[in-house]
Ligand binder design. Structure first.
Ligand code: ZN
Length: 316
């Protein structure tokens, strides 16, 4: 197995680097961005009110003229809320990442689940701020991934506290200010406005994270195994745990002459060797504990190598 990896740490890991350089960190809240977001939303769902009514099984009885106004208000209101949450998520991703090293001491299964969710989040964020239509493309999905997984892991508390503190601060200058909500109702609205092309990817990622959550419970019965193998893998090679097939961001071993894993120059022998080791795990037939995690990661490792022109099985 991967016993040449010692002492997994979030600090200094690839996952930390990817979160810190994520395009999500450059998105800022502005009226202009909100308008861009709202326009993109209405291009996808020209009548957001009808769309929402349909998704939530509600009946809407408004005069046509009032409906036009309501559509405009709903689109811009949702855009404003979503953009604030997207910006908030980029800060929370750094916060949650910083909790991994402490969490692994008491619950390595939870640390692994948290790291997996952050890997999916940062992967979804991989669209430059300049062409994400105010955050509507993928960054909205990324926010929903982080929010949904943190809720299902029971980690939403710190985020809610931050938003409450932000609201208190803003109310000092603007008493009417209302912070965006993290609750299920607000999430349902935003989820329904995710671009159609992203809906199946989002569902698949959320389902995958739920599977991780359900398997770490029993994996944690053997914390040593998780510590040395899975946690280290997801921290050092988070790309292997990114399941979403987002249109804008295919995963490759090398990009722009650099290794996407360690950031060093391409070709990168140490990362190639690690990937070969991981790819071969799936063929060793060992299976057993945690095979459900290693299986997809091993397949992805092999695919990345093959795409980069390296045959992972030639060393057997
Ligand atoms: Zn490398």
């Amino acid at each position: 197995m991967f016993n040449f990896f010692a002492n997994p740490s979030y600090q200094g890991s690839t996952l930390e680097r990817l979160i810190n350089v994520s395009p999500a960190q450059t998105i800022q809240f502005s009226e202009e961005s909100s308008e861009t977001f709202a326009r993109a939303l209405r291009k996808e769902y020209p009548r957001p009110l009808d769309h929402l009514a349909q998704v939530t099984n509600q009946k809407i009885t408004l005069e046509d003229k009032l409906q036009d106004i309501a559509n405009e208000v709903l689109a811009l209101g949702s855009a404003t809320q979503a953009l604030m949450l997207i910006v908030s998520a980029s800060g929370m991703a750094r916060y949650y990442g910083s909790q991994i090293d402490q969490l692994k001491m008491t619950n390595s299964g939870a640390a692994f689940a948290l790291a997996s969710a952050l890997a999916e989040y940062v992967h979804a964020c991989n669209v430059p701020a300049t062409n994400c239509e105010g955050g509507y493309r993928q960054h909205l999905s990324a926010y929903l991934i982080l929010r949904d997984s943190m809720e299902s892991f029971g980690f939403l508390g710190p985020w809610e506290q931050r938003i409450a503190a932000f609201e208190t601060e803003q109310k000092k200058t603007d008493p009417k200010f209302a912070a965006p909500k993290l609750d299920t109702k607000a999430m349902t609205v935003l989820r329904s406005f995710v671009p159609r092309s992203e809906q199946p990817v989002l569902s698949q990622v959320l389902q995958q994270l739920n599977t991780v959550k359900n398997t770490v419970g029993w994996l944690n019965l053997m914390p040593g195994v998780l510590d040395t193998v899975y946690l280290q893998m997801v921290l050092s090679m988070p790309q292997l745990f990114m399941t979403g097939q987002w249109s804008e961001s295919p995963i490759a071993l090398y990009a722009n002459g650099k290794c996407t894993f360690c950031g060093g120059p391409a070709p990168c022998q140490p990362c190639e060797n690690r990937l070969i080791e991981i790819a071969l795990e799936s063929r060793s037939g060992k299976g057993g504990i945690g095979a459900s995690h290693v299986g997809p990661a091993a397949t992805k490792a092999a695919q990345l190598l093959i795409n980069a022109g390296v045959d992972p099985y030639r060393h057997r």
